[in-house]
Design a protein around this ligand. Structure first.
Ligand code: NAP
Length: 281
């Protein structure tokens, strides 16, 4: 698979495999083996998904060598802070049994709505991320779900600019503001829930556009991310759908259709937001 280049010149595959909601051990091991067989090389994992060990086992069982895959991990909210971030990263590496991470992300920013000292918490956590990078435990560092104001605040004290910002992005939630900001700063945007957790797949207007290209709505959603310069992270348990989601390199969405898709109104999504949601602290 072709790749994007991060600001530190590290290569990252164009499409990643999402691992949220994979819960059953035997099934997850098989799913991960299938994903490797299909050609996925980037695996988007998180401590909070509770399946790091299963994913590590699936990757080992697939027989693929460590250097051929790109493993991304996420720091959970309870582990924010300098010492606890370092400890949590080491635990994740142990769980995934992978020696190092190719990318480590802060899962959610500490937000103003929940924490009086949100700036300080994010600053301390980022300092630890920089340490992990400098020590070589992780090959790249970034964040998830950071809005422009939260990034601006982080950059006041950061010595390394995050290399990635992973945000919810799908048709109808095009994240224009954050994409422009990240592009300016050399931050690659990754799209979580590129299929809107499945919600996009039921939208009639999208079906009509996909039919025109003789592709599935999922392929349309994934290619739309790529043509916007964003790295999509689709998740499917099913082998045929996994393959379908990677099979997006022999067609091009026209600029008229890209404009139409970029201007679509909100069509549904997770409803999660880093400023207002308290569930994630
Ligand atoms: N950083 C964050 O805060 C954050 C938050 C949420 C998610 N994420 C990441 O983003 C990844 C993707 O998001 P997501 O899991 O919410 O959902 P998604 O990839 O947008 O959609 C997944 C849903 O679509 C179905 N699907 C996938 N491909 C399909 C196809 N070709 N045809 C028909 N149906 C298809 C899947 O069902 P089947 O499995 O049955 O095929 C599943 O129900 C997550 O797994 C996770 O790694 C990150």
């Amino acid at each position: 698979m072709d790749y994007y280049e991060l600001s530190n010149s590290q290569r990252i595959p164009l499409i990643g495999y999402g691992t949220w909601r994979l819960k059953n051990k035997e099934e997850t091991i098989e799913i991960i083996e299938n994903a490797v067989k299909c050609g996925y090389r980037l695996f988007d994992t998180a401590f909070a998904y509770g399946n790091e060990q299963m994913i590590g086992a699936g990757l080992k069982k697939s027989g693929i060598s460590r250097k051929e895959i790109f493993i991304s991990g996420k720091l959970w909210n309870e582990d924010r802070g300098y010492e606890s971030t370092i400890k949590a990263c080491k635990k994740t590496i142990e769980n995934l049994d992978c020696e190092y991470l190719d990318l480590y992300l802060i899962h959610w920013p500490a937000s103003k709505a929940v924490h009086k000292d949100w700036e300080k918490i994010n600053e301390e956590t980022w300092k630890a991320m920089e340490y992990l990078y400098q020590e070589g435990l992780v090959k790249a560092i970034g964040v998830c779900n950071f809005k422009v104001n939260q990034l601006e605040e982080l950059l006041k004290s950061a010595t390394i600019i995050p290399m990635v910002n992973q945000v919810e992005m799908h048709i109808g939630q095009n994240q224009e503001e954050i994409r422009k900001y990240c592009e300016d700063k050399g931050i690659l945007v990754e799209a979580w829930s590129p299929l809107g957790s499945g919600k996009m797949l039921k939208i009639k207007e999208l079906e009509e556009i996909a039919n025109k290209y003789q592709i599935t709505i999922a392929q349309l959603c994934i290619k739309w991310c790529l043509q916007n310069g964003v790295l999509p992270l689709p998740k499917s348990k099913n082998l045929e759908r996994m393959k379908n989601n990677l099979n997006v390199f022999d067609f091009e969405i026209s600029s008229e259709d890209m404009k139409l898709l970029n201007e679509m109104p909100y069509l549904g999504g997770s409803g999660l937001d880093s400023e207002t949601i308290t569930l994630f602290g």
